[in-house]
Write a protein that binds this ligand. Structure first.
Ligand code: B1M
Length: 209
C-alpha cells in the first residue's frame, strides 16, 4: 500500500515538518492504525537502524527520524484510548539506566493505556535506586522495563535483584522488553514475562492482574 511506504520514507528521511500533516490525513481517511504503526512506522525504524549500523547515517539523522516517528505517534495516541472508567491495574514503566531509547516504551504505554491500565511513566535512564524508591511509593501491580542496548540489558537483572533485596519481589510482576531482549534472557534474569511487542505486553499485563 502506497501510503505505508510514504510514511516509512518520511520517517527514514526525517521529514519532521511534514509527518503531522501526512498522519492526520491518513487518520481522516480511516486507515488501519495498527498497520500504520507496524508496517509504516516501526518498519521505518528498522531501516534507520540498519543504515546506522552500516554507517550510512549517524546519530543526528537517527534522532531526527525518532522525533519524526514520535510526532506521528502523538497524533495516534488519543485514538487508542479505551473507554474503561475503572483502571484495570497500575503499571510503572521506564527505560533502564544508561539507555535513553523511549519510542518502544511509549508505544507499549499507548497500547496499555488503550487497554485500560493506569500507567506511571518514569521516563528513561532510571537508576535502580530511583526506581525502587518510586515502586515503594506507588506500589504498582506490574513493573515494565524496556532496554534497547545490549549494554543496558543487565540493568534489568539489577532491578529484579534489588526488588528481591527489598522484599518487594513477591508483590510485583516484572515484564521486560526491547529489541535485544528475548524470552531466554527474561527467564534467566527472573522476570515474570517478556513482551516481543506492544500487543504482547498488553496480553501479559492482562494475565498478571
Ligand atoms: Co539507538 N541504537 N543508539 N538511538 N537506535 C539502536 C537500538 C541500535 C540497534 C542501532 C544499530 O546499531 N543498528 C544500536 C544498539 C546496538 C546494541 O546495543 N547492540 C543503537 C545504538 C548503538 C545507539 C547509541 C549507542 C549510538 C551512539 O551514540 N553511538 C546511542 C545510545 C544512547 C543511549 O541510550 N545511551 C543511541 C541513540 C539513539 C537515538 C537517541 C538517536 C535514538 C533514540 C531516540 C528515542 O528513543 N527517543 C535511537 C534510535 C531511534 C535507534 C533505532 C534506530 C530505533 C529504535 C526504535 O525506536 N525502534 C534502533 C535500531 C532498531 O531498533 N532497529 C537503535 C522502534 C520501536 C517501536 O521499537 O524500541 O524495539 P522498540 O520497541 C518495540 C519492542 O522492542 C517492544 O515493543 C515495541 C513495539 O513493538 N518493547 C517492549 C519495547 N520495550 C518493551 C517493554 C515491554 C514489552 C515490549 O515490557 C515492559
Amino acid at each position: 500500500m502506497g501510503y505505508l511506504n510514504e510514511i516509512k520514507e518520511a520517517i527514514i528521511n526525517g521529514k519532521h515538518k511534514e509527518i503531522e500533516g501526512m498522519v492526520s490525513q491518513l487518520i481522516k481517511e480511516g486507515v488501519d492504525l495498527k498497520q500504520l504503526i507496524d508496517e509504516g512506522m516501526i518498519a521505518a525504524m528498522d531501516v534507520v537502524g540498519e543504515k546506522f549500523a552500516n554507517s550510512e547515517i549517524f546519530v543526528p539523522e537517527m534522532l531526527v527520524s525518532a522525533v519524526t516517528m514520535q510526532k506521528g505517534l502523538d497524533l495516534i495516541k488519543p485514538l487508542l484510548k479505551g473507554d474503561e472508567t475503572e483502571p484495570k491495574g497500575t503499571i510503572v514503566m521506564c527505560t533502564v539506566k544508561g539507555d535513553i531509547h523511549d519510542i518502544g516504551k511509549n508505544l507499549v504505554i499507548m497500547m496499555l493505556e488503550g487497554a485500560g491500565f493506569k500507567i506511571i511513566d518514569l521516563g528513561v535512564d532510571l537508576s535502580v535506586d530511583q526506581l525502587i524508591e518510586r515502586v515503594k511509593e506507588i506500589q504498582p501491580e506490574i513493573l515494565g522495563l524496556s532496554a534497547l542496548l545490549t549494554t543496558s540489558m543487565p540493568q534489568m537483572k539489577k532491578v529484579i535483584d534489588a526488588l528481591d533485596d527489598q522484599g518487594l519481589r513477591k508483590t510485583i510482576k516484572v515484564m521486560v522488553g526491547g529489541a535485544p531482549v528475548d524470552r531466554k534472557f527474561a527467564d534467566a534474569i527472573g522476570a515474570d514475562g517478556y513482551g516481543a511487542d506492544a500487543a504482547e505486553a498488553v496480553k501479559l499485563a492482562r494475565r498478571f492482574v
